[in-house]
Design a protein around this ligand. Sequence first.
Ligand code: BTN
Length: 245
Amino acid sequence: MKTVYYETIDSTNEEAKRRFAAGEAEPLLIWANMQTAGKGRNGRSFYSPENTGLYFSVLYPCSSKQMLQDFIFVTTAAAVAVCKSLRKNTGADAGIKWINDVYVGGKKACGILAEATYRGDELGVIVGIGINLSTKDFPKEISDVASGIGDFTKEQLHEMREAILADVGDALCDYFKNPSDHSAIIASYRQMSVVLGKEVSFVRQGENEIHGIAKDILDDGSLLVACEDGEHILNSGEIHLSFYR
Ligand code: BTN
């Protein structure tokens, strides 16, 4: 895949949008040493300091808007690929916290933000991934939940970044070539889940916090939680998982 690197950029997702709008027609991987306006989900920012993390976006141009429905599992595929690659290249005991965050040692080490962008009838799917490798000194608001993976030398960081970009880039290209084949992705996702069998709590709109035990990830990626009042099936749009233990 064609790859471009920036020492500093506002956001690799935003750069992917700009390049797609300017006519980019091939799959493209954009990565940066630092982001000045890293974006997270739900309007949050993503802390992206220099020399410690890996911030990248894969842009995949498609011929038609219709294809968007094929890409429903793209963040799942990305979470599985990152988790596998972190285990292999950093030795970390990484796992996936439903729905698509990668956790190490009970804290978030990676976030994923997928976006769609349009140029006339053409669709660009953007998968943005931010990984805290040796990141420390997180802003106070997130220091309880976010963590780096370890202390790495400059050389180790260099090798890890190269290896992770290659692994995840290849896995996403495979997924984009065959986006309707979800079963292997969901099977790996289940194996890597850090919430299955754990106590979780969630809030549905207009309800109090509900506690239960996470029992299964269903084939559509939803989470089955057994609670005192029966089983709840959670999908990402409607709940906020506040903790697991
Ligand atoms: C989240 O956890 O809320 C998602 C975080 C996604 C962060 C990555 S870093 C690379 C890419 N560029 C961005 O601005 N955001 C994503």
